[in-house]
Design a protein around this ligand. Sequence first.
Ligand code: SF4
Ligand code: SF4
Length: 135
Amino acid sequence: MISHKIVLHFPTRIVNKPIVSKLIRDYDLEFNILKAQIIPDAEGLMVLELKGKQEEYDRGIKYLKDSGVIIDALSQNVLRNEQRCTHCGACVTICPTGAFELNTTTRKISFIDKKCIACGLCLKGCPPRAMEVRF
Ligand code: SF4
Ligand code: SF4
């Protein structure tokens, strides 16, 4: 069983098609929608966690790509601007998934992008606006 968090971009020409419902119906995958922004006749975006056997996952991803969906790994979209980060630690308590960790020796804050679900809370909570989400 594997699990991946991915970002799906739906170009305008396919945003009204039932692509995700077919993915869930025809492929043996568990899914969890973490964020969705689908507006009829405009570009759409969905952050999805997909779980299943590697073979089914690969088939599902191929189906999405063949349908015209553009896929990114989630970690490619949430970034920390290292020049701006002051290691103040505010994000450690804000983040619901524990994607920030304090190193008690150096007092520096690490950002573990694999834990991020792109909820966006740290964007507003970071005083120097060091966190960026690029979709
Ligand atoms: S809240 Fe912003 S500045 Fe403070 S540690 Fe987190 S990312 Fe860095
Ligand atoms: S976007 Fe949400 S989950 Fe990701 S690092 Fe920021 S607070 Fe954590």
